[in-house]
Design a protein around this ligand. Structure first.
Ligand code: FES
Ligand code: FES
Length: 182
């Protein structure tokens, strides 16, 4: 099996957002290109393509990785979570996604999928992170709109909601974090 240029294609099977998926790609196809172009999961963004910006972040077996730095064939047999997989099963936004909306944690939105993946990975292992831990967790993700403070506020809001066990409070004010120190 080969592509139009005669380059050999490899069948890659993996679990993406809880579903078994497979597709054919060349050995040098990056994981982000495989996700976007072969599986048509375009929520994961491509920025720098050399491991700097974090826009392409996905979870590989529950750990955030840069999908532009991995070959798709390296992900074979693993579990991948993309931003599409963060939503609730009924398609509604997760607590974290809703908190980004409530706290204005995005402007152009280009960095947002990667920020959400980094933040979700943090909350999955530590539902009540300190502000330092939040900033450390998203430290590898660049926002060219420089909306970092609102992103931190969004993660703190999600943390408050999740730790409070309320899931989705009636209003953002129900669970808004205290204003961060300057
Ligand atoms: S596109 Fe992967 S780190 Fe920038
Ligand atoms: S919201 Fe524009 S790059 Fe972050």
């Amino acid at each position: 099996m080969s592509d139009r240029t005669g380059e050999r294609l490899h069948e890659v099977s993996l679990v993406v957002n809880g579903q078994a998926r497979s597709g054919a790609c060349t050995a040098r196809t990056s994981l982000v290109d495989f996700l976007r172009e072969t599986l048509r999961l375009t929520g994961t963004h491509v920025g720098c393509e050399h491991g700097i910006c974090g826009a392409c972040s996905v979870m590989l077996d529950d750990r955030p990785v840069r999908s532009c730095l991995m070959f798709a064939v390296q992900a074979a047999g693993h579990r991948i979570t993309t931003v599409e997989g963060l939503a609730n099963p009924d398609g509604s936004m997760s607590v974290l996604q809703d908190s980004f909306c409530e706290a204005h944690g995005l402007q152009c939105g280009y960095c947002t999928p990667g920020m959400l993946i980094a933040a979700q990975a943090l909350l999955d292992r530590n539902v009540q992170p300190t502000e330092f831990e939040i900033r450390d967790a998203i430290g590898g993700n660049l926002c060219r709109c420089t909306g970092y403070q609102q992103i931190v506020d969004a993660v703190r809001l999600a943390s408050a909601r999740l730790a409070g066990g309320a899931g989705q409070p009636a209003t953002a004010a129900d669970a808004s974090p205290a204003a961060p120190a300057a």
